[in-house]
Design a protein around this ligand. Sequence first.
Ligand code: AMP
Length: 638
Amino acid sequence: MEISLRTVRIFNRLLRKPFGLTSYRNVTGTAVKEEVNAELLNSFNQDIRNGGVVPVFRRALLFPTRVALQDEFGIYTYAGLYQAASVLSQEISAQLVGESERTIAYMCSNDASHIIAQWAIWMSGNIAVPLTPLHPPEMLKYYLSDSSASLVLCTQEYEKVLRPITLEMAKPLLITGRDNVLTAQLYQPNTSFLKPKAEDNLDDIGRSNSWYGKNEALIIYTSGTTSKPKGVIWTHSMLQTQISSLHSAWQYSANDVVLHTLPLHHIHGQLNSMLASLAAGARLRMLPSFVSHTVWSRLLGMGERDETKVTVFHGVPAMYARLVADHERMFADAKTREYVRATLGSRMRLMVAGSAPLPAQLFLKWEEISGMRLLERFGMSEVGMALSNPYRPVEARAVGCVGLPLPGVAARIAAVREDTGELEPLVTVETPVPETQICLDRLGLSAKDFFVQSEGYEWQAPKQTIHKELADNAFHGELLIKGPAVFSRYWNKAPKLDNSDFTEDGWFRTGDTASFEDGKFRILGRTSVDIIKTGGYKVSALQVESAILDHPSIADAAILGIEDESYGEIVAAVVVLKDNTKLTLRELKDAAGKKLAPYQLPKTMLVIDIMPRNAMGKLDKKEIRKLFGKQLELPKVK
Ligand code: AMP
């Protein structure tokens, strides 16, 4: 029997009884010092050293009385979520007749029910497949069938959507009621409320840490903007490495109050915002979805108690664009604007943007209105977070760049050789693997006795290897990623690595074109859709989009390459204009011509009302092309 499982059992027994331990503060407390932590923490770290993984739900036992979550319905401690998840995990195990390592698809709103469902799936030793109600039934059917879901789990509000689908597909459906969430809300480890009945065997919550070290946790479907969504398998070990990487690079702390508005069927919301914060003992404030004026009011935190005021926000560029537009509408006078800037600038610790390119003009505008420099990072469902601007010094966060590899990530630029057609490495930049030991001290919790001294807690300087000397050392080509948190296969796809995803020596081919210059990576776009080959030049759609968004009349823009007889492809612009403005192609070219070379300028332009974007706020170029491609063609030369 492993030491940690034994300790966890002792702890579970304590959770069932009124607490007799020293100096517990209640739900709003910040410092947690408890005798049991030392033993538990040491055993967890021992397990990690032996190759095990301490899943996020089990880390909750290190800070049970802290507030983990505040959603629309109430406040939940870590112990409360853990307790509710353990009850649900028994229902899951009963449904699956004890079987484990099965895929369980679940649909919950962005609130406690999501965390409880996910932790319950993990406690029962199964693989969580998050679904979103934003997807139509046909897509949901695809996810259920592709992931070979053994069970579908949802809250009552989604029964209407999932009942007919599960009936048609002959899949069992488990509905979790609100009582489960109430259990979490009301549960306090130092009360005997909802004390489990004696026959409940809570001593066996979850598998051992070494089991989690070898097993799969999550399936995240790719956005499928260029092909059918593929299920990326996330192991518990990948999650643990990524969480450690983000903790050391962006300095997560138990004192963070994280405003969560991102969808949870995507790695950005799951990892950066939710799991990494919960693993740090932070307080999550979850909104059901992103609504700009609600986000503004939470960011400003007027009338709220200090310990609930938001300090961290993770968003996609489209969210920041909405916040900027509402800022212009809502905060008209100079005094209010100054108040907004002073409040955000003094209180927010970190505001991160990613999952899609952050246009330069938005980066600068956000700094102007909030006093905060956004930290832009690059990530993918397959690799989690890979590249990031620095956390410190703040001034080094650069416009239009995604910085350097995060801890544990190796990034490479490679180009296809014209003579042999082989992919040739140009430059590799590699950051040492992060320390995965849990250190409460680093998270702003507990006492010095637990500090584990190691350099790995810092984001260390990467090592750079130039494979091919170039005159200007500006490397340009396909972005490849390698490291312990990179996925190894898609669900339901042949287990053999196929060369279109990985190189023979195990580098993941991202499908993005990037450059590495002056010590920074820059993303130029998806090679298949954003790199436009026009008249012998290669144009990055992202660079053109960023430049034309500077125009005062343009609210939103997408650049496409449209097939053309003379040029191969032409650069074409689809734009949404700001209210009461007009714009001709000539005017756009005159303005953009100050920043772009003539061959980068759009040759055709179409004004539309609403830009097609997916649930993550990314431009849906497949849809844009389908809807508007024909209208963007140049007239045929007779
Ligand atoms: P997904 O797997 O849905 O997260 O999509 C990953 C893709 O989003 C990447 O391959 C990039 O094309 C794009 N992406 C993510 N972050 C950035 C960024 N900071 N700048 C530009 N593109 C990004």
